[in-house]
Design a protein around this ligand. Structure first.
Ligand code: AGP
Length: 626
């Protein structure tokens, strides 16, 4: 979703802004723009489409600059402060005019915005009644005009007044031609990070855009305002009082957010799963007692016996993270025997859910900024539930609002399609479920040790699955044009099927669906024909016979079939056209392995179809609006 950058310092702002926007491309966008404040006053350049359109436009303006009186070219877009934006259209089509930054009538105030101003219609009407004419169809433009309305020489005061009128979500970057020493940044329900440099300070929607300049960041809380100057950052609460904020240090280095020799971020991230899984698991395992058996150590996050007394576990998330929630539901029932629900956050937030203070609510989100997921968190909190967050982003809104936070140590995930975040989310839910089962007495120490030993094998086993990528690539080269692809499975395989189907549709644009295999006969099998590929995930040993029947049923309707099963299982060799194998692990842990061939398959299909797997059409990495 929209990306914001801002710079104030001693460097030329234009290249810093363009470079920063490049780092935010992964969020998804359809136009981009910058506003720079320098000798030429406030200059704005905007372009529909890819960032390179903006770069070309800026460079054409710069090189075509007229000669000044002194005989030197007038430096256009030369200045040491500015703001930039990648726009993911919500109000008004992608176009130059609708792109940000938006300026007020005087052209002296420029605003970039991520979020939605819900009452923009009313404000527009009000401003129109006062003679303001609007140029774009966006909700954002009202902010620039509103600030101008309240402006009488103090930009901070004008912003503070304007904010009182805004309803909805916003992260804002604001500059004013009459104030060449400050950028104003504000956030409410949309992410914004402040980078603290030496003699320079920055704003960005996400950390990768800052890493070339600093790893010291401030995370703004809702309704807080930051005023950045070259040497300082001052913070204010919504009542206008000065507040102090703590500086956080980001451990990722810039290289972690680069492609590192891979053709795409997605392929890099798929291949990073063994390390990400190790990093997520290892710090949470200890050995103790005379027998030196393994235990789960979640004291670091504050998870003690009181959490295990819960009457019910509700796991809320969106998209891929919701598929992790499905696995979590099965895992909690399996290991801890607690009633569990996996809830789609966008549904949960509008229901009137029956909840009790004895519920624990696990909220899963890679970004920690998904609007629906945060709304579900707030609802669960309001209803008295205790909240555990599973997130990949340190300092994200989710991390700050939850009671406990368990981080997935996956490192930055840049590709829009989630891969390593998913498998590490699974690792986290398994650890919490195992520990809960142990604390509730459903698992004894030896059983716990055995399960953890199996988890410890997963990273190396994931490496083995990745080593088989050429077979998947070959298979994709034969099947990438199938018009329908179904993934079927039962229990844990059903959850992994949901994720596999989502991956394929997101980046290859193939119509793919997941079905609980037992449901086939209740409708979906009507779709099976020679243009269909059915991939059956078969790792739930007790249900092999059932799955074999399902495979035969679709085959009888001329569908092509492939199976993912254990490397020592030959049950499906006759019924399936192709068999892919994963190493043995307990049936309940297989999603962490079985999803990997499906991620690779989706990736190769995307490339073979000529798509950009990192930036699929219409999708944003972080869905910060509803
Ligand atoms: C995953 O491939 C998707 N891009 C999407 O479904 C994503 O998982 C969803 O938007 C939730 O994001 P979050 O984990 O950052 O909350």
């Amino acid at each position: 979703m929209c990306g914001i950058v801002g710079y104030i310092g001693v460097k030329e702002a234009t290249p810093v802004l363009l470079k920063g926007l490049k780092k935010l491309e992964y969020r998804g966008y359809d136009s981009a723009g910058i506003a720079v404040l320098g000798g030429g006053g406030l200059e704005v350049c905007k372009a529909k489409g890819a960032l390179k359109n903006l770069e070309e436009k800026v460079s054409a303006l710069t090189s075509g600059a007229p000669a000044s009186q002194a005989g030197f070219p007038e430096a256009q877009f030369s200045g040491t402060m500015g703001i930039g934006h990648t726009r993911w259209a919500t109000h008004g089509e992608p176009s130059d005019i609708n792109s940000h930054p938006h300026t007020d009538v005087s052209g002296k105030i420029a605003v970039v915005h991520n979020g939605i101003i819900e009452n923009h219609g009313k404000i527009k009407e009000w401003l129109s009644g006062r003679g303001v004419s609007f140029r774009s169809e966006t909700d954002t433009e009202v902010i620039a005009h509103l600030i101008n309305y309240y402006y009488s020489g103090d930009i901070l005061a004008a912003v503070q007044e304007a904010l009182k009128r805004l309803e909805g979500s916003y992260a804002l970057g604001i500059i004013c031609e009459n104030d060449r020493d400050h950028i104003i940044a504000v956030r409410k329900e949309s992410p914004l990070v402040i980078g603290r440099g030496r003699g320079e300070n920055l704003i960005a929607s996400d950390v990768p855009a800052l890493l070339a300049y600093t790893r010291d960041v401030y995370y703004l809380d809702d309704r807080e305002i930051a005023v950045l100057s070259r040497d300082d950052v001052a913070f204010y609460n919504e009542d206008g009082e000065r507040i102090r904020k703590t500086l956080s240090h980001v451990d990722w280095d810039a290289a972690a957010a680069e492609k590192g020799g891979y053709e795409h971020f997605m392929l890099k991230e798929i291949n990073e799963q063994p390390k990400a899984l190790t990093d997520t698991l290892r710090p949470r395992i200890i050995r103790d007692g005379q027998l030196s058996l393994r235990s789960v150590n979640l004291t670091e996050i504050g998870f003690d016996a009181s959490w295990a007394e819960a009457k019910r576990v509700v796991i809320c998330a969106c998209g891929t993270a919701w598929h992790a929630a499905m696995v979590g539901k099965y895992a909690f029932e399996h290991f801890a025997r607690i009633p569990s629900d996996a809830e789609i956050a966008s549904e949960y937030r509008y229901r009137n859910p029956i909840s009790s203070p004895r519920d624990i609510c696990i909220i899963i989100s890679q970004s920690g900024e998904t609007a629906d997921t945060l709304a579900a968190l707030r609802l669960a909190k309001k209803n008295g539930g205790r909240i555990i967050a599973i997130t990949n982003v340190v300092g994200s809104t989710l991390a700050r609002e939850a009671d406990l936070v368990m981080y997935t140590w996956a490192g930055p995930e840049i590709a829009v399609a989630s891969t390593k975040a998913f498998t590490t989310q699974l690792m986290c839910v398994y650890l919490i479920a195992l520990q809960t089962g142990f604390l509730r007495g459903h698992l004894d120490q030896e059983e716990l040790d055995r399960h953890i030993a199996a988890l410890e094998q997963i990273p190396a086993q994931a490496e083995t699955v990745l080593a088989g990528k050429e077979a998947i690539q070959r298979f994709a080269s034969l099947c990438f044009n199938k018009s329908k692809v179904f993934f079927i499975g039962r229990l844990f395989d059903y959850a992994a099927s949901l994720e596999s189907a989502l991956k394929l549709k997101e980046i290859s644009y193939t119509h793919s669906e997941a079905f609980a295999a037992g449901e086939l006969k209740h409708g979906p099998i009507a779709l099976a024909d020679e243009s269909t590929l059915v991939t059956a995930l078969c790792t739930q040993e007790a249900l092999f016979e059932k799955m074999d029947s399902n495979i035969k049923e679709v085959k009888a309707r001329k569908a092509s079939t492939s199976v993912i099963t254990y490397d020592d299982v030959h049950h499906f060799d006759r019924s399936a056209d192709t068999v892919f194998r994963i190493p043995r692990t307990p049936d309940c842990f297989t999603p962490m392995l079985s999803v990997i061939p499906c991620q690779l398959y989706a990736y190769y299909c995307s490339v073979l179809r000529g798509n950009d797997p990192d930036k699929p059409r219409n999708l944003a990495k972080s869905v910060t609006v509803e």
